[in-house]
Write a protein that binds this ligand. Structure first.
Ligand code: GRF
Length: 217
């Protein structure tokens, strides 16, 4: 089976990376991780990649005077490794428009809320403060606007009365780990396409797999 080549970008803990490493270790999973890049040398996630014998690179953004020169090196490194799909997994850098145009519909991200609600880096606290009863996670294509590209899949997760941002984050993270590998499976097996900024089944039909609720499994 020809597998889709993934490049994973991280900045920290790397639990989503680990979930993807686990998924890719299954024989019939249609994707493989060929490179993990961190913009931070001390990112814990690098250890997961090294343990799994996956190539790692550190491209420290602090060594660059501007965003575009960082993004140029990032771009070259990903191309050189034959990456076909870039997966942001806790990558705490905004990518330039230049970079995003180089990889049209080839960059995806996981965000810990039900987009378009609660964009940005403080979503769990904002969810708690808002009083909503359901949150979740979203896997989406990356476009120039932050946390706004076409949605591939979402999982709903309840917000419980005694939750604080940490307990909620922990519950949502479990769903993230299931959602991300599932979304990549849909892309790698050519099941989806984008039409009018919406993700649809390749044949034009709605597919049931796009929305599910792993927290209820
Ligand atoms: C996850 O909650 C992800 O949704 C967000 O950043 C966090 C990264 O966690 N974008 P990890 O590094 O994958 O453990």
């Amino acid at each position: 089976m020809k597998k889709l080549k993934l490049g994973i970008l991280i900045s920290g803990r790397g639990s989503n990376l680990q979930a993807l490493i686990n998924a890719c270790s299954e024989n019939n999973y249609p994707a493989e991780i060929v490179l993990v890049i961190s913009n931070k040398p001390d990112a814990q996630g690098l250890k997961h990649a090294i343990e799994a014998n996956i190539e790692t690179q550190v491209i420290e953004h602090n060594n660059y005077s501007d965003r575009e020169s960082f993004d140029k090196d990032l771009n070259e490194t990903l191309y050189a490794s034959g990456v076909e799909l870039i997966c942001l997994a806790g990558f705490m850098r905004l990518l330039s428009g230049w970079f995003i145009e180089k990889w049209p519909n080839k960059i995806i991200n996981i965000h810990p809320s039900l987009l378009p609600a609660f964009k940005g880096t403080n979503s769990h606290a904002e969810v708690i403060n808002s009083g909503v009863k359901i949150s979740g996670c979203t896997v989406h294509f990356v476009t120039k606007d932050m946390d706004a590209g076409p949605i591939i899949m979402q999982a709903a997760v309840p917000v419980l009365p005694n939750d604080n941002k940490d307990s909620l984050a922990k519950r949502i993270l479990k769903s993230e780990h299931k959602c991300y590998s599932h979304a990549i499976r849909l892309i790698a097996s050519n099941k989806i396409k984008i039409k009018n900024q919406l993700v649809i089944d390749i044949s034009g039909n709605k597919i049931d797999e796009i929305t599910f609720n792993p927290s209820l499994e």
